[in-house]
Design a binder for this molecule. Sequence first.
Ligand code: CS2
Length: 504
Amino acid sequence: MHLPLKKLDLSQIANNQKISTPKYDRENTDIGIVHLGPGAFHRAHQAVYTENAMNLSGGNWGICGVSLRSATARDILAEQDNLYTLAVLDKKVSYQVIGAIKEILVASEQSDDVIARMSAASTKLITLTITEKGYCLASDGSLDLNHKDIKHDLAKPTTPSSAIGFIVESLKQRKLNGISAYNVLSCDNVSGNGDKLRRAVLDYAGQFDTSLQSWIDKNVAFPNAMVDSITPKTESYTIESVSKAINLQDNWPIQREEFTQWVIENNWQGERPDWENVGVIFTDDVEGFEKAKLRLLNCLHSTLAYAGSLAGFETVFDVTSDQGFYQFITKLASDEIIGSFIPPKELDVKAYSNEIIQRFLNPSIRHLLAQIAFDGSQKIQMRILPTIEDNLALGRSTKLLSLSLACWFEFICRALKAKEEINDPMASHFANMPQLLSEDVHDVVTAFLSIDSIFGQVFKNNTQLTAQLVGSLTALRLGEINHIVDKLCAKNSHTAVLLNNTQS
Ligand code: CS2
């Protein structure tokens, strides 16, 4: 049994060449950041950048993680002084003990403590990874006032349940107590994440206090940001392999690829960690980086998650290693995604796309397709639908994008028919749609496109797109997805002809 990471005198491992440890005076570092949603990605990305910034330049940038519901991370990390190991598993392997997280609270149990921490003058920054569904948005990007959490919070604003409720209540306290506002930085895969969060926060505050709404509007920056690093969730094998590698018992390590990127809109003032000097890019053109990442990496990820699951694959590495699927996502990227948006002037988007696919072929990372498949109703709105919409407007092909979307349709339909759990905030909505069980493919496509909270008007009246989706779903139901992607890129194959005929 390994020495427990908990109660560890870090100097005991400071000489261990395999592991790097905090260089700053952790014991005397105060909390300056509250992070809502301290899941795998936060611990592997923002917390690491902040750790490295403190190693380089110090500062009271300790993090209080606030889990909105689950107590798992708090209870496990509390046992090891909130220390954990980042395992970078790539061509090079490295281990780094991260000390940036000083405290974890569970909002559903400790809402007063959360408000107090967020209202404290020492807290300068709120960051978030609450996933797409956490923003409680309607399909037009506004705050969904009928969302159950928003309705709860408007009724009980001092004991909120949503991230937005906590932000507004803590800002109200700061304003009342004459404490300056903090800035809010979204770190989610949401297009225009800062703008959308700002609009939701102002919409919410405006429901009951227009003076507070104006104060927030004037004093709080919500920069847009793009975040990237492939970070599978922690599984039992992660705990075993990392603990063995570092010869310490770490019960909540995190694994990640070598590649990491953080691009933040350079439109805000106020204190922040020395992120610029540890690789964070501050720019005026976040949108170009964000579209490149969401439309390429995340769209290809979701395509593989659904198409690969239908084909019986388990991980990103496995499905990308299949020539047919490799060709499918390569063509999808080159023929239909690249060219649908304006990339940052400094980005070689073709090389960027090729690099993404090579990242998927990292044999050291076991990234489950099932993990990526979560919350598809929310993710496709950021990753697939905007590209289809732009391509339709530009008269560009949507054949492969339609196949990708049809794979999500079929993924949902098969789960419903098998009565399997669907990890999606709209699972109950799908379960109440008997049309999704129909053998008539046209009925199924029409039913999906009728869901107003997912599909805007442009998807409902487009006969070409409907025909493409019907053709793709027909092909999926006629033959296994493996067959389709193998033939899809072959010249004049029966399947390619079928798809081309129904989708030209
Ligand atoms: C993945 C992302 O689970 C998913 O939806 O596509 O978490 C992906 O790994 C990250 O965006 C990579 O930066």
